[in-house]
Design a protein around this ligand. Structure first.
Ligand code: MLC
Ligand code: AMP
Length: 515
């Protein structure tokens, strides 16, 4: 049985000439050029360092670092050494990190030098023995230690079902769940996308990807990075998304992937023209709903039809609009199920619905995750008796197979491509002095698609100030979860069952940001 380690498959796709540039940095003080050999050697040295620590097999390696090419090498090294990669959003604060580390019990934590003090304290308390630092200027103890190791490494033998990564995704109760993805989940999806999006071989001129997304979530870490690596394609690497800087590099690239906010921000730049996009062949959008006006404006301005696809942490990619012909890409839809992926729509009693009718979207396929880390009951709840995964998204499948997402049954806000679970924010607000209860909702926002807004009821006799609550939340939760505005009210609207009517709150505040 050949080794099913995802790294082995990615490594096999590196070009024969390892001295070609694999990644070029676009926003470091001076451009840096990393060859395929650099990726291979760098990841080998870090993998050898991990091996030298004598960790139990499938140890979790938790990583909260700024985006850098070395951070990509660290990801590859974890795969290579056969451990489980656990990426964490750099916006997460101490309370959030404490939960993830306590829940995942990583053997190794890698953090930025500026956070070492508090992160290491949390990690050591939770029993983690190794905490390394990695900065975006190639400094830190991780690379110092790795430099002492050999630059060749034989990838650990792994089966397709062995774990490669755990991605925490918030739960409806406010507690995050770790979605366990295997080598097989990730590789099967990467291979399907390579075909579906017609990544060009070197003989066809090759592809160049502008990578401007964070690498702690599915979109930037798996869809974009695996796409380029599995095709031996060069990446132009942005640590931060800057619309002007990205547009300036479009003529050097052929593929770009982004959440809708990235497209909205680029459209606000006069430099975005057909001429700027002349060498591009593909713009992919996903992670959040793409508004029809963005789809249309992009086409008018650039001549390119955005290709919208749909996925999630638990499943990687599920559906995609067709690559060819471009005219088959339909705005407002997320396209057709990817090859090998089953997508169906059921009603809330679990009965199949005919084409065109709206219900819960359920999925099946080699891409569907292995379950939630140490939460067997939660995992069982999210699968049907015939083992289809319930996405929590609500939509329909038209007679010709196109899937349209019309809403979510899960109480979730997607802001700028980041997920915010109202229950988590409400839980923290409710614990604040003077707060009796709260309701958190998403309202339309021209930049972020949806923005988080809170409505808070004070305890009798207490006086609350919305701005003070916002200030108090900052530092306790990731900044994108902090409500853009907090309203103080006497009571929350409730239905006859006593349930808060969030739809009324959304309606009341829908014009807040001119949406
Ligand atoms: C930043 N801010 C946000 C925000 N991002 N507020 C709401 N929603 C967001 N997404 C706020 C900060 O709180 C801060 O406010 C201010 O904006 C400036 O912060 P910043 O970090 O400088 O912002 P910026 O760099 O402009 O970031 C915006 C962004 C970023 C759109 C580039 O959010 C981003 O990279 N989004 C992509 C997320 C992504 O990759 N999603 C994929 C998930 S995978 P203050 O008040 O503190 O100053 C997935 C599955 C799938 O969903 O299908 O792909
Ligand atoms: P995450 O938990 O971060 O992986 O987010 C996954 C969720 O993002 C999905 O369940 C959808 O609700 C949403 N999503 C992803 N892609 C799209 C899309 N193209 N359109 C609408 N929603 C999307």
């Amino acid at each position: 049985m050949p080794n099913q380690n995802l790294f082995a498959a990615l490594r096999a796709a590196f070009p024969a000439d390892l001295d070609q540039v694999a990644v070029e940095t676009a926003d470091t003080p001076a451009p840096l050029h990393y060859t395929w050999r650099d990726l291979d050697r760098g990841s080998a040295m870090i993998a050898n360092l991990l091996d030298s620590l004598d960790l139990p097999p499938a140890s979790r390696i938790a990583v909260q670092v700024d985006k850098s090419v070395e951070a990509l090498m660290l990801y590859l090294a974890v795969l290579r050494a056969g451990h489980v990669y656990l990426p964490l959003n750099t916006a997460y604060q101490a309370g959030e990190i404490e939960y993830f580390i306590g829940n995942a019990e990583p053997a190794v934590v890698v953090c930025s030098a500026r956070n070492f003090g508090w992160v290491s304290k949390i990690a050591f308390k939770a029993g983690t023995r190794n905490v390394f630092t990695l900065a975006d200027d190639r400094s830190g103890s991780l690379l110092d230690r790795a430099a002492q190791h050999a630059d060749t490494h034989r990838p650990a033998e792994r089966r397709a079902s062995d774990l490669a990564a755990i991605l925490y995704t918030s739960g409806t109760t406010g507690r995050s769940k770790g979605a366990m993805l295997s080598h097989g989940n990730l590789l099967s999806n990467a291979r399907v996308l390579k075909q579906a999006w017609a990544w060009r071989s070197a003989a066809e001129g090759g592809d160049v990807l502008i990578h401007a997304l964070p690498i702690f979530h599915v979109h930037g870490l798996f869809v974009a990075t695996h796409g380029a690596l599995l095709n031996g394609s060069r990446m132009i690497w942005f640590a931060r998304f800057d619309p002007k800087a990205v547009i300036a590099r479009l003529p050097d690239a052929t593929v770009f992937m982004g959440v809708p906010t990235l497209y909205v921000r680029m459209l606000a730049e006069p430099a975005l023209t057909r001429e700027a996009c002349r060498n591009m062949r593909l713009f992919v959008s996903g992670s959040a709903p793409l508004l029809p006006e963005t789809f249309t404006a992009w086409k008018e301005r650039t001549g390119h039809t955005l290709l919208e696809r749909y996925g999630m942490s638990e499943t990687v990619m599920l559906t995609s609009n067709p690559y060819r012909p471009e005219s088959a890409r339909r705005g407002g839809t997320v396209g057709l199920p990817l090859p090998g992926v089953g997508v169906r729509v059921h009603d809330d009693k679990g009965r199949p619905l005919p084409a065109g009718e709206v219900g819960g979207i359920e999925v099946k396929g080699p891409n569907v995750f292995q379950g939630y880390w140490r939460m067997p009951e939660k995992t069982a709840d999210e699968f049907t008796t015939d083992l289809w995964f319930k996405t929590g998204d609500v939509g329909r499948i038209d007679a010709d197979g196109y899937v349209t997402i019309v809403g979510r049954s899960k109480d979730l806000v997607i802001s700028g491509g980041y997920n915010v679970y109202p229950a988590e924010v409400e839980g923290i607000l409710n614990g604040m002095p003077g707060v009796a209860e709260s309701a958190v909702v998403g309202v339309p926002h021209p930049d972020f698609g949806e923005a988080v807004v809170a409505v808070v009821v004070p305890r009798p006799g207490a006086t609350l100030d919305g701005a003070a609550l916002v200030a108090a939340l900052k530092g306790r939760i990731a900044n994108f979860k902090v409500p853009k505005q907090v309203f103080i009210v006497d009571e929350l609207p409730r239905n006859a069952m006593g349930k808060v009517q969030k739809n009324l709150l959304r309606e009341r505040h829908k014009g807040l940001f001119g949406g």
